[in-house]
Design a protein around this ligand. Sequence first.
Ligand SMILES: [Zn+2]
Ligand SMILES: [Zn+2]
Length: 248
Amino acid sequence: MKSIARLGFYLTDLFFPPRCVGCARAGFVFCHPCAQLVAPVVAPICPHCGRPQSKPVELCWSCQLGERDSLSLVRIATLHSHPLRSAIHALKYERQPELAAPLARYLVAVAQQPPWLEILPYINAVIPVPLHAQRLAERGYNQSALLAGEFSERVGLKMAESWLRRARQTRSQVGLNAAERQQNVADAFLADSVAAGKRLLLIDDVFTTGSTLAACAQALRQAGAAAVYGLVLSTPAPTINDDTPGDV
Ligand SMILES: [Zn+2]
Ligand SMILES: [Zn+2]
């Protein structure tokens, strides 16, 4: 059965060769030159949530306000700019789950740097930010679960997707400000009691205000998790307003 499926993939590739989502080059889903163009998140960043800042800070404004207190520490791998933005869009909305493998490489690269070298050995399980069942049925897969699966396999950690679920459907966060996003996802997640006492690592594809990640961590902490960390694939580049109260 497996070999028939493989033959199917082979024939599909033969007649419809994959095209790079960044530059349309045939034969690759995300070609090497495009992968080289992906911009990593570099200092200065907020030491707590990992968001890039336009100048060094002790804590970004949102973290000062305690909006991400449920999270122990977050790091974000890359900036949400072309061609990575196109790749994430294709992974999420254009039914290209095969992009999860090349994109998970950026998460693995971050996990091999401080402070993760000290944190990862104590992580009990990797948990993807869940999709609501209805959206999962429409999309056919959860892109964060694909990323978390690839990531956990490569770093040798267990994935525990069932420990966290979306209790209710939330409207898309696109177009909402920080306060509206926080309200939109408050109490949207439910964690299994098996999370009690565990040190967990959440994986997500995009970090905008961090409200989804914080709400997931909140649910896991309410279930008794000892610590909840976050590792996210990408975030928008910092703007001048990011450091000011007006942004929150
Ligand atoms: Zn390309
Ligand atoms: Zn922060």
